[in-house]
Ligand binder design. Structure first.
Ligand code: ARG
Ligand code: ZN
Length: 871
């Protein structure tokens, strides 16, 4: 049994990485304080000697001062490291010339020119439960360095503008660590002297079937980036690694992408269509980072959206091209509304490019990622596909191999197109979701149609007053025949602007709304049109308009823009839900209006529509979306109303829904192909409605679907349908599912989440019991996200009036923080919108935040979220 080693060379710097609890007071870091480093690192040679107790890391760094003769000390980051030796230019550094504290190694009296720094550190990956730096997961060593984790591996200037080239050598006992992988191209590999130890191999071979979808996704992503952006992969090898213990989704390490295993492994029996789609998107996302993230990287972490917003945009476009564009857009906008809007309206609101942070990990947010992607999408909306491509080409031409800022991206887009972007950069600096209001007026005599826009950006922490934003609004006008009217010119800002698509009148035009108040007047409009505003959702704003219910029904039936067709239905549903919520609060009986039922019925039965679109269109806006629109969020009322509408629709449309289930069963074997996917989406949505009925026949139906399912997508959907009504059937089917699938840990996580989210009153006790379930493990983030994260999604139980839900989460956050601060921090954020609720709930949630803040040895991660939430 020899020791194996490999050496590799990353042709690009390693992506930077994460970090730590500390006795010192948490320190806030500001964008405005950015300074170039005093010392650059040109090259770094790393050597890892992996061991079962400790690991030794040898680093040799080639340092060059930015300015010759620099006298400044060199401050290296380092957390949880044991310094074994330290040499400058080959000579041991004397005690007076360096200083180590819990976060830094500071060197003084350095040579005036270039020098080498050799440092040996000892670390204990086996004891590292934070899952950042080097840690051991299910028998495998794994690193996670973004954002600030590299400092848990060696002493280093752990910041993204240190653009060193690396070589990396890894040595380990072959019997224990048969596969060694590093970044970049392989230089050499081989065997060393005989080793004394012996142990069983821990590496499991994956069933080739479980990785075939990831491989398909990777190939598709490579081809797509070549076709759409002309970007090719640049190394001789590319590895995709699945690890079961991972804080986030995945990581784009150059040539060595690392994934949370739930985002790689999939078979029809263990993954749903949603999982297959997520894998496609995330495999694409990490691959796309090779250009947008690795070859061009961020100057500092405030610029995170430079790579994340852009790469999310790229993966969204990739998924759209691989499937259905409108349906993908609907899903992405729903996510934005359900998660990003609330964040943007709460105490953690921050701009796409934050101004400050305590822990960077807390800023891997829906704002930086999803709103950031919307910002990139706006460039494309304004410039068109070919203008956007020109901008991207220039961005790579200028910045390949550099660490840059959001201004650089903006400048490339502007310069490549000679475009006037006025105040567009405000999207990076102003937090808060703009409110855009539209008032319309038709002048039958002059045959003109006017739209008056006004906008308001709400105050957010640290930003009481805002300037108006640059909002691109795609717009079409529908005639009474339901068709788009040709648009030839618009009067705006004292000028008549012609609107045309290569000489032809346009059907959709993009208005550039840039002022607080602004009017656009269309000419030659023969009759009062119905406007389709913000087609495809061209800007991340909350839109209000004077459209009547009749207009909305008209759009729902006729709009050529599928997104806005769906949106019209959602606007109607949101109005209806808010009205019923207020009835509920006033103890009035709930009655569902017949026009709404008819609307849902006509969509459900419209065979000309895409089935997945139907599934989306008959799905009500989420509970969170409705709560977000209320003055005082009322979880009981929102939950009661949404359940009431679902049940009413199910009862009224029972036959139609039943037929939908029967007509959309899968006969052949599972395929993740478009046709089958659509069918399953529609069938499962229909079954979900029917499961809400206390109706023996429908329970039989769901049970039948459960038993005969040939794939997890349909099996799990049937389980979800049956989960809605407490009782013997539910208990039995949950137990059966566990018995059959207990060996599939990713599937069991879904089983945990389903039970945790249950709105059966008093379920907190059941969730407490599940913490002791043999399959649960607090050290595994996926399990925590399923069980504890899932619980936060239960309106009834998380927000229980007796405070039991808040207390449960509060206690767990404190426990979790000792194991994994990043995961604890994500859990504590459920409290951050406590001021949205009634006084009683406010007091209960506040008490938990205070209890958490008083806990001993609290991490900076949790401190930042909890303290900002209370501020
Ligand atoms: N760059 C990764 C991605 O989005 C995310 C890494 C985040 N890690 C963290 N600890 N915050 O693909
Ligand atoms: Zn990313």
């Amino acid at each position: 049994i020899g020791r194996r080693f490999i050496c590799s060379m990353a042709t690009e710097p390693l992506p930077k990485q994460v970090d730590e609890t500390n006795m010192d007071a948490p320190k806030e870091i500001f964008l405005k304080d950015y300074k170039e480093p005093d010392y650059f690192f040109e090259k770094v040679d790393l050597n890892f000697q992996l061991g079962e107790e400790t690991t030794l890391v040898f680093s040799k760094i080639f340092v060059s001062p930015r300015v010759e003769g620099c006298l400044a000390p060199l401050v290296l980051d380092g957390v949880d490291l044991k310094l074994i030796s330290l040499k400058v230019n080959g000579k041991e550094v004397k005690g007076d010339d360096f200083h180590v504290d819990s976060r830094h190694l500071t060197l003084s009296s350095l040579p005036s020119g270039k020098f080498t720094l050799e440092i040996v550190t000892e670390i204990c990956p086996q004891k590292n439960t934070s899952l950042e730096g080097l840690y051991k997961s299910s028998g495998n060593f794994c690193t996670q360095c973004e954002a600030e984790g590299f400092r848990k591996i060696i002493f280093y200037q752990d910041r993204p503008d240190i653009m060193a080239k690396y070589t990396c050598r890894i040595e380990g006992d072959k019997s224990l660590y048969p596969v060694l992988l590093s970044n970049g191209n392989l230089i050499e590999e081989g065997e060393l002297e005989e080793s004394k130890q012996y142990a069983e191999s821990l590496t499991q071979n994956l069933d080739p079937c479980t990785r075939s979808h990831a491989m398909y996704s990777l190939k598709a992503a490579m081809k797509w980036d070549e076709d759409v952006f002309g970007l090719e992969y640049d190394l001789d090898l590319f590895n995709v690694v699945a690890v079961p213990d991972f804080n986030m989704g995945a990581m784009e390490n150059k040539s060595l992408n690392i994934f949370n295993s739930k985002l790689v492994l999939a078979s029809p029996e263990t993954a749903t269509d949603a999982d297959y789609a997520a894998i496609l998107g995330v495999i694409g996302h990490e691959f796309f980072h090779n250009w947008t993230g690795n070859r061009v990287t961020c100057r500092d972490w405030f610029q995170l959206s430079l790579k994340e917003g852009l790469t999310v945009f790229r993966d969204q476009e990739f998924s759209s091209d691989m499937g259905s564009r409108p349906v993908k857009r609907i899903g992405d906008v729903s996510t934005l509304r359900s998660y990003q809007f609330p964040q943007d309206a709460g105490p953690m609101a921050h701009p796409v490019r934050p101004h400050s942070y305590i822990k960077m990990d807390n800023f891997y947010t829906v704002t930086v990622y999803e709103k950031g992607a919307e910002v990139v999408r706006m460039y494309k909306t304004l410039l068109g596909a070919s203008g956007f491509r020109k901008g991207m080409d220039l961005y790579f031409k200028r910045h390949d191999g550099q660490a840059v800022t959001c201004e650089d991206f903006f400048a490339a887009m502007r310069d490549a197109n000679g475009a006037d972007f006025s105040n567009f950069m405000l999207w990076y600096s102003q937090a808060g979701t703009p409110r855009l209001n539209v008032v319309s007026n038709y002048n039958a005599v002059a045959k003109t149609y006017s739209l008056k826009f006004s906008q308001e950006v709400p105050p957010t922490p640290g930003q009481p007053i805002k300037e108006p934003m640059f909002i691109p609004v795609a717009l079409g006008l529908l005639g009474s025949d339901g068709k788009d009217m040709p648009l030839s010119s618009v009067y705006h800002d004292g000028k008549l602007e012609s609107i045309s698509n290569n000489g032809q009148p346009a059907q959709t035009t993009v208005l550039r709304v840039t002022k607080k108040e602004e009017e656009f007047v269309f000419n030659d409009i023969p009759e009062r049109p119905v406007p389709s505003i913000l087609r495809g959702y061209t800007a991340p704003v909350r839109l209000d308009s004077d459209l009547t219910d009749a207009d909305l029904h008209f759009l729902l039936a006729n709009d050529s823009d599928e997104f806005n067709r769906w949106e019209a239905g959602q606007v109607l549903a949101r109005k209806l839900m808010l009205n019923l919520v207020s009835d509920y609060q006033q103890n009035k009986p709930l009655v569902l209006n017949q026009q709404f039922i008819n609307g849902v019925k006509s969509i459900l039965c419209d065979s000309s529509l895409d089935k997945e679109f139907i599934a989306k269109a008959i799905t009500l806006p989420g509970e969170g979306e409705i709560m977000d629109m209320m003055e005082v969020a009322d979880p009981d009322a929102v939950h009661a109303v949404r359940s009431f509408i679902r049940k009413q629709l199910a009862a009224e449309l029972k036959n139609e829904l039943h037929n939908t289930v029967k007509n959309n069963r899968t006969s052949e074997k599972y395929e993740f192909d478009h046709q089958n996917l659509l069918r399953r989406a529609l069938k499962n949505t229909a079954l979900g409605y029917l499961g809400s009925l206390e109706d023996a026949e429908m329970r039989e139906l769901a049970l039948h679907e459960y038993k005969t399912a040939t794939n997890l997508t349909e099996q799990f959907a049937a389980l979800v349908a049956l989960d809605q009504i407490p009782g013997k059937v539910r208990d039995e089917v949950l137990a059966d599912f566990y018995n059959k699938l207990q060996h599939e840990y990713l599937v069991i996580n879904k089983w945990f989440a389903l039970q945790a989210m249950s709105n059966v009153p008093g379920n907190v006790e059941n969730v407490r019991k599940l913490l002791d379930h043999p399959a649960f493990d607090m050290r595994n983030p996926n399990k925590v996200y399923s069980l504890i994260g899932g619980f936060r999604g239960s309106l009834v139980n998380f927000h229980a009036k007796d405070g039991s839900g808040y207390k449960f989460l509060g206690e767990l956050v404190v426990q979790l923080d000792k194991i994994n601060p990043q995961v604890a921090s994500r859990m504590v954020s459920a409290f951050s919108r406590w001021k949205r609720y009634d006084e009683m709930r406010q007091n209960l949630a506040k008490a938990q935040l205070e209890m958490i803040l008083a806990a001993n040895g609290l991490s900076e991660n949790v401190f930042e979220i909890a303290s900002k939430s209370l501020a």
